[in-house]
Structures are given as C-alpha cells and as structure tokens.
Design a protein around this ligand. Sequence first.
Ligand code: UDP
Length: 365
Amino acid sequence: MQPLLFTIVGTRPNFIKVTQFDRVFRKAGFRHELIHTGQHYDLNMAGVFFRQFDLEPDHRLELTHASPTGQMADILLGLESLFLKHKPAMVLVPGDVNSTLAAALAANKCGIPIAHIESGLRSEDKGMPEEHNRILTDHISDLLFITEQSGIDNLAKENIRPDRIHMVGNTMIDTLVGFEGRIDASPIMEDLGLQNGHYLLMTMHRPATVDDKDAMVQLTRLIKSMSQFGRIIFPMHPRTRKRLEGFGLDKEWDSIEFLTLLEPLGYFAFQKLIKHALVVVTDSGGIQEETTFRQVPCLTLRPNTERPSTLNPGSNTLVPFDISAITSFLQQIKQGTYKKGDIPPMWDGQASERIAEVIKRRLDA
Ligand code: UDP
C-alpha cells in the first residue's frame, strides 16, 4: 500500500501554496489527501481558489466557534479523529496561520511526523500572531522545508538540528509557474480598462494596520496622495472592509477619485494585475514574494518582514506610513530608477518536486 500524506489548509495563502502537491505526490508514489479546516470559508476567500485550481478537499472540518482559540480547539478535535481513522504516514502543514499550528499540534499528539512548508521565516515581531504560529510549528515539526536562506539562519539560531532542515524553494512560485497560461488569459485588465504599467495595485489586511483607527485615517491620506501617480486598484480583504465601515471611513474611501475598491479577486485576475502593475503597495506576506518573482516594484508598509530575500535580492522595500517617504519611492519607480531585483535561488516552479523527494527518502529510511 502506498504511504498516505495529509495536507492541511485553512486560509487563502495556504490554498495557494499547495496547488501542485496532488499531481507531484501521486507521481512520486504517494496517496495524497487534502483537508480544509474551514478557517476561510466564503466564496471570495476560499471557494474561488478551489474552483480555479481544480482542488477538491477530501475532508472538510466543521468549525463551530468564531474566536481563534475556539477554532483551534475545533481543528484539534476534528483532525484527531481523522488522523486516528486514516493513519497518515506524514502530515504537511503550510504557512503560519492558526490552522497551521493547530494541525501541527494535532499531528504531534497523535504521534504522526510533521512537515512544515515555508519554515524558518521570522519577522522578530511578537506582536504578529503569525510569528508565534511559525516558531511553535517549526519546533514540533520533523521536516522543515525552507524557501530562502534566512530560514536556515533563523533555525540554526534556535538550535534546530540541521538534518531536519531542507532548502527546497517556494511552493507559492510553483503555483505561479504552473498557472502562467491561465494568468495571462485573465480578462481583468480589459474589464477594468487598465494599461500595462499605468496603475498601482494595493492590498492591506494585517491587524496592525487595519484594526487601528489612526492608522486607517493615515492610510486614507496616503491613498489620496498616491493617486497622483495613477489609478489605484484595491481588492479589499473582508477584515479591512469591516474595519473601514466600523470606523465610518467607507463613504470617504468611496469618494476618492482614482481609487477603485473591489471585492477580493480570484487568483488568475490578481496575478495578472501584479504582473502588469507600476507598483504594488501592500502589507501582505506572500505578495512580497510574488512581486519579487515578477521583478515588479513592491512597497511594503510594515516595519519588518519575515521574507528578507524580497528586500535583497528582491524588488521589495519596507516603507513607513509616511507620505513623503512613499512619494519619494513612487517617483523613483515612475522614473524607472527603482531597483529591478533578482529572483532568489530555487524559486523556479520545482519546490513541490523537491519536497516529494525529501519525504520519500525520509519515509523509505
Ligand atoms: N490574493 C488573491 N486575491 C486578492 C488578494 C490576494 O488571490 O484579492 C493572493 C495573493 O496573490 C497571494 C495570497 O493571496 O498569493 C496572499 O494572501 P494574503 O495577503 O491574504 O496573506 P499573507 O500572504 O499576508 O499571509
């Protein structure tokens, strides 16, 4: 009987990291099943990705709580019964969300080896919930799959044994490479009336940015000032929409000229907008990597990043919430003097294959 691998996903960035697993793992001689925890559940944040990537979860958990702790408790119990019933040879957990940590804990308690995909990233910012999820997941994982050199350095500092650490590249880039034709075929540019290199693409969703009224007021000023550089396209995360309405800023945003607010976009449309943007302004983690791969300028409005390879050699810069700092970078970008950057090693569309090889060696041993 071929060994069974379980991959656990729960949120938009998770779905995007595992699209090649089924194909690659089956080819490598494994049975592979996908479990969706239900952390992101609606059409825009989950359904559209399963449809576009032609992914069908083999198991779906039922989340009965809304709080992070309650959801993690639901995930622990739901996974425990699946693990005991199906006895997977290994559990794969991508990323840094609550589903990632809950899945790793459930596997650990059931005595099943854990592989952490996108291991070793550190922002050194303990105010970010994801930072705790990363550290805790890494320390109970058996195989640590690394996307960039900083991951190796960080894990060495935390005294994690080198034989658990494997540099494999970036499975998010596997998805970009795998779906390039579908991305190019998206009609989003015509639908929005956009021309290559003539618009700014923006996303903001981190609690540190959008949960604070003063920060949102400052963001409003920033957006108004950035619009002198071109039309701003802003697909909005549900959390940001909720906060905007809660702070009573939604009417003001609706009236900003040159700002186009959209619902969250599907993968192909969003990637096409990244590919042809003048610049992407964001607080997202994954988007820093996608812009680096595209060699499209990215301004990240955060004090830190867990993905330093996007700063060097990549095309990303950390910028404070400051109009004059951002204006100065936007001027460089418009004039064509901003760095183009280089693509980090192994961001080549083959990371999932490398992961399959390491798992095979490990399970054979
Ligand atoms: N994304 C998308 N549609 C959107 C916004 C983002 O498909 O409207 C994709 C984006 O390209 C990236 C992923 O969602 O692949 C990043 O998710 P997010 O920013 O929510 O999470 P983070 O990476 O910050 O954890």
